[in-house]
Design a protein around this ligand. Structure first.
Ligand code: MFK
Ligand code: FAD
Length: 499
């Protein structure tokens, strides 16, 4: 049989293990309370949260469509660990801390540091949290008179805490929401609306409330096509007895990954909802939510990269091959170094977006910051979504055959990474979003970016060690700017730029 058993890689406190996160916070938010909280939270991840996340993967949600007597009930049954993660999210203020703003413009950096540590152990509870945060952002940005809902979405009380869904995608339109949305909204006498339509992907189906899009019908039952016909609605999904608000769950989707999530197809058959945008301003209004959920996507992508890199490093100190530990094989170290560099670069991009978001919310944003936030939110989401898949895939290989074995928990990381470039806008759709933001700002967004890069290169160039690299980057940057200027004036310029 043999006496040898490999020591597995161990998860240790992800905060103490993360030198870059600690250094970043020491530099920008050197508050003892923050460090203490993250240290404690890191311990909680190891001792409690990680196993809950794993249980969610092993006990995916299921749909009970009928009761024993044939009545339609459409009950989504999630495991206890899923409920526990909801409670922990409230207790830890994972959404709340973004709105309490205890650390002023650094509050988002603090909040997202927690999400980043939590994400790879969270059994994808980060998905409903992203939407909940996004819904709170919509309510706050539009100044909606739904204080009761806002208080629940940002509560630290586990009994009071509500989550929100984000139901945008329909069969005809996931990317092209404006053309593809067929859901209609009929005005009721009390001023509310009833929604009729079919939502094709809804991941937070067990959420308490949801934001969704629909077309308001006129007195003849007609609707306006395109983006100008879409309005934004807020609706409660389940009542306190678990009965749905005019929603039939058609089925739960059978997915490659994200199996922890109850992603469903929903028939809206008279869902009572409240209009929360101006009529015809649905897409522009839900864009506030997209900003937040895309930032969460980035944070979760980088969290996955960091977790994989950390586990690979740990394993390299335990696994011996050809007479020495993996960590003593230069070629293996080169592989791990590449993962580390990718992860660090992605981390800094992620933190920059979180920093800008915090500044915007504390009214300390300059015009340049506003442009950068618009641009980098999209760029960071599209880039880190792709990066995470590569890093996690390469990381699996660093465990050899064990990387492919289900009960190590590693394959689920790869499956879950695959979705990061698809949901919340695919890579190409986001590339076009970048171009539209540049066009809409008459180039100011791009100008802000180049100014920022130039300022950073100038600052880095003052270090003699970095001067040669900086000078080469400056040359590339000038070339890139010339290319963009000439491409923008060509008929096929947009396509070239997107590429
Ligand atoms: C692990 C945790 C991560 C999070 C979990 C998430 C789970 C998964 C959830 C989902 O996938 S939810 C569905 C997400 N769906 C998308 O992301 C849709 C992708 N499609 C797009 O992003 C399209 O570009 C979009 C539908 C937004 C655009 O459609 P249109 O009709 O071409 O709109 P248009 O004309 O570009 O923009 C309409 C308005 O919205 C404009 O404002 P104005 O009317 O004032 O000019 C735009 O400026 C504004 N807008 C659009 N995108 C924006 C934006 N504003 C700010 N930021 C943006 N990104
Ligand atoms: P399509 O829009 O049909 O895209 C197909 C291909 O065409 C893509 O490669 C895309 O990049 C490309 N494409 C599209 N437009 C262009 C263009 N103009 N130029 C070039 N290429 C283009 N949605 C929700 O609303 N709520 C949810 O909770 C939710 N949860 C999800 C959970 C999972 C696990 C998944 C996989 C999806 C979820 N979605 C959800 C849906 C998701 O947001 C959409 O699938 C996504 O936005 C893409 O839309 P689509 O599927 O209609 O693809």
């Amino acid at each position: 049989i043999g006496a040898f058993f490999q020591e597995p890689p161990l998860l240790t406190n992800p905060f103490t293990q993360d030198a870059l996160l600690r250094a970043y916070l020491q530099r920008h938010l050197p508050v003892q309370e923050v460090e203490g909280d993250l240290l404690r939270f890191g311990e909680r991840i190891v001792t409690e949260i990680d196993s809950l996340g794993r249980q969610c993967e092993l006990n995916p949600p299921r749909l009970q469509q009928y009761d024993a007597w044939g009545r339609r009930v459409d009950r989504i049954i999630t495991c206890d660990a899923w409920t526990r993660l909801k409670h922990i999210s409230a207790q830890e203020g994972l959404v709340a801390s973004g709105y309490e703003r205890t650390y002023g413009e650094w509050s988002r950096v603090y909040q997202m540091s927690k999400i980043y540590l939590f994400a790879p152990s969270s059994g994808l509870y980060t998905c409903p949290l992203a939407m909940t945060d996004g819904a709170a952002k919509v309510i706050e940005s539009l100044g909606l008179p739904v204080t009761d809902v806002f208080v629940r979405l940002t509560s630290r009380d586990e009994q009071e805490f509500w989550t929100s869904g984000q139901w945008m995608t329909e069969r005809r339109g996931g990317s092209d929401v404006s053309t593809g949305t067929e859901t209609v909204a009929r005005r009721q006498q009390d001023g509310c609306f009833k929604l009729y339509g079919f939502k094709w992907f809804t991941s937070a189906t067990d959420a308490d409330v949801t934001l969704t899009l629909g077309r308001i019908t006129d007195v003849h039952g007609r609707t306006t096509p395109g983006s100008r016909g879409l309005s934004l609605f807020l609706a409660q999904v389940w009542d306190s007895h678990g009965s749905s608000n005019g929603v039939e769950v058609q089925r739960l989707k059978d997915k490659l990954g994200t199996r922890q999530l109850p992603t469903a197809e929903l028939l809206l058959d008279g869902m009572k909802a409240q209009l929360v945008s101006e009529e015809g301003r649905g897409v522009a209004s839900i864009a506030n939510m997209l900003t937040i959920t895309r930032i969460y996507n980035t944070v979760c992508a980088v969290g996955a990269m960091r977790r994989m890199t950390q586990l690979c490093r740990e394993y390299s100190c335990k696994r011996s091959v050809f007479g020495k530990l993996l960590k003593d094989h230069p070629l293996h170290i080169q592989t791990l170094s590449r993962l580390e560099v990718e992860t660090r670069a992605a981390f800094l991009l992620m933190m920059e977006v979180c920093r800008l978001l915090g500044r915007e919310e504390n009214q300390t944003c300059t015009e340049k910051d506003t442009h950068l936030l618009r641009l980098l939110t999209t760029v960071a989401k599209l880039y880190t979504g792709k990066q995470a898949l590569c890093v996690v895939s390469e990381g699996l290989e660093a465990f050899g055959g064990q990387g492919y074995i289900e009960d190590t928990g590693h394959p689920s990381m790869l499956r879950d990474a695959q979705v990061l470039s698809i949901w919340e806008g695919t890579t190409n759709v986001l590339s076009l979003d970048v171009l539209r933001s540049i066009e809409k700002s008459s180039g100011s967004v791009l100008q802000a970016f180049f100014t920022d890069v130039k300022e950073r290169l100038l600052a880095a160039g003052s270090s003699s060690a970095l001067r040669p690299a900086v000078s080469s980057l400056q040359t590339s940057l000038s070339g890139l700017m010339r290319f963009i200027q000439s491409a923008a004036t060509q008929p096929s310029g947009c396509l070239e730029l997107a590429a």
